[in-house]
Design a protein around this ligand. Structure first.
Ligand code: FAD
Length: 471
């Protein structure tokens, strides 16, 4: 069902060719993984975990559920956990993130009337379509990395900024580029809006668009594939299944009908879209639930390696494993606190933003540290690995069994464990994931500074003022 839905006129470039992802070997494992997740809607044991029944009594994903209570927020959480655990948190951009953002804007749609009176109706039409048709949606915001020093954004063409270049009675034409579209090549729609804050003088860049991925003129230029074929999956178990592709989007005179132009020429509207408390709260909730699954996965590997090589008796190794456990429990506690101390925004029960934002920012530091700890524990064991698990079926197998075993583990199992770990920390996929966790949410430096900007600091003043007043 899912793979067939991608058979359309999308333009995807990989290794100099315009490819059909539904048959291309580099996409096979990842698309099968996503198909498996989609098939949960047909499984009576899974469908209520990931979905709810819409008005037509069809199962739809719980990311579209507007939570009106703590219990409904937890229903959303269970859906996020189910997909995150099925992919060990490695598939970072499944559609539940963008769907959550969309759901938040939908819940808050009337507040955008002040910017464009047609916004609520357009947004509602798309929300219903996306929900009922199980649209795979991705969000792409960043401008191409050409020249970050030009803060005036005067020459939009030179900087490759996505601009509405023509307006007609039916819609708009856009030109420019956006990066990075994680999952864009196998998405159905892209929600496009700018990451940076804009001013009136650059209002031509202030638009929110919903772009079908098969739009003529839209080129999706993939990065190098890190996918590994099924027959080599024993050596690269993660790269074989979870290479979520990233792409740069080039818009060459792409037409977008007015019903999919949600906002245009509207810096203030876009500022609210970005900071929308319901949309951000619901989406970041998904992001940290997924993060927790990934931290648990990396800790499970570290723990196993320490045991297998007999290093878990050393105090400094125990300290490092303890640190990983503290990471997990900190994020778990922040998730629980955010859910318990949620707040009503109108009738919508939104997780506590301070806690969610703290967990998200910590993730950009925790995950690279988890990889570092894995390196420090596994050490040369990652390089002691044979080139292929097939060596255990070679004439050398008896010697291999003798020299590749672990403390209480046979050689093949030990090798599989280290191959899994290497795929997470040393493969191209692993490096991409480290970069992802550092940057996917934006520049981590800005994020940490934003925690300061957004925090209510009046209580700090109250704490300190008695010491500063005259007696
Ligand atoms: C694997 C991966 C997947 C991603 N997926 C998505 C996605 O699906 N959708 C999406 O929208 N985005 C995605 N992103 C992009 C992400 O939003 C950006 O990487 C992030 O916002 C940082 O921007 P940049 O990469 O353009 O870095 P740049 O802004 O180019 O930063 C480069 C360097 O310059 C410094 N710098 C730049 N500007 C300033 C400034 N004004 N002040 C001080 N220092 C500055 C930075 O701190 C950094 O050191 C993804 C990124 C990665 C790595």
């Amino acid at each position: 069902m899912f793979i067939n839905s991608l058979k359309d006129n999308r333009t995807i470039w990989l290794n100099g060719e315009n490819i059909d992802i539904t048959t291309n070997e580099h996409f096979k494992g990842t698309l099968e993984t996503i198909s498996h997740l989609y098939k949960m809607f047909d499984d009576p044991n899974q469908q209520s975990k990931i979905g709810y029944l819409n008005d037509d009594k069809q199962w739809v994903h719980s990311a579209f559920l507007i939570p009106h209570s703590y219990d409904e927020l937890i229903k959303r959480k269970i859906a996020f956990e189910t997909w995150a655990r099925a992919t060990d948190g490695i598939m970072s951009r499944l559609p539940d993130y963008a769907r959550s953002r969309l759901t938040g804007w939908y819940a808050n749609r009337d507040s955008y009337c002040q910017y464009d009176s047609s916004f609520p109706e357009k947004l509602a039409a798309y929300y219903e379509q996306a929900r009922d048709e199980h649209r795979f949606i991705s969000i792409v915001q960043r401008d191409p990395q050409i020249n970050r020093s030009d803060r005036e954004k005067k020459n939009t063409d030179e900087l490759g900024l996505l601009t509405i270049t023509q307006k007609t009675k039916d819609g708009v034409y856009v030109n420019g580029a956006k990066m990075i579209g994680t999952a864009a090549p196998y998405s159905h729609d892209l929600i496009i809006y700018p990451l940076s804050k804009l001013e009136d003088k650059t209002k031509q860049l202030a638009h929110m668009l919903i772009v079908p991925t098969d739009s003529p003129g839209l080129h999706m230029v993939c990065r190098e594939s890190f996918a590994i074929s099924e027959k080599e999956s024993a050596d690269h178990p993660l790269s074989a299944k979870f290479d979520e592709m990233d792409a740069v989007l080039i818009f060459d005179d792409v037409f977008i009908p007015w019903e999919r132009v949600l906002l245009h020429d509207n810096p203030n509207g876009l500022a609210q879209i970005k900071a929308d408390p319901i949309s951000s709260g619901l989406a970041y909730h998904q992001a940290i639930i997924r993060l927790l699954a990934k931290l648990e996965f990396s800790t499970a590997i570290a723990n196993e390696i320490a045991e297998v090589i007999g290093a878990s008796d050393y105090l400094h190794v125990q300290e490092k494993l303890g640190e990983l456990i503290m990471q997990i429990e900190t994020i778990r506690a922040l998730i629980i606190a955010a859910e318990r101390e949620g707040r009503f925004n109108g009738k919508v029960y939104v997780p506590n933003f301070n806690y969610i934002q703290t967990a998200r920012t910590l993730g950009s530091k925790y995950y690279p540290r988890a990889l570092e700890i894995l390196q420090l524990i596994g050490a040369g064991g990652f390089i002691q690995l044979p080139s292929s698990i097939k060596d255990f079926s070679s004439p050398l197998k008896d010697l291999m069994n003798k020299y590749y075993k672990g403390k209480n583990t046979n050689a093949e199992k030990r090798t599989k464990l280290f191959k899994l770990a290497w795929d997470l920390i040393g493969s191209p996929l692993g490096s991409r994931h480290e970069l992802y966790e550092r940057f996917y949410a934006g520049d981590p430096m800005l994020h940490t500074a934003n925690q300061f900007h957004q925090y209510d600091k009046t209580k700090f003043k109250k704490i300190i003022s008695p010491y500063l007043e005259n007696n």
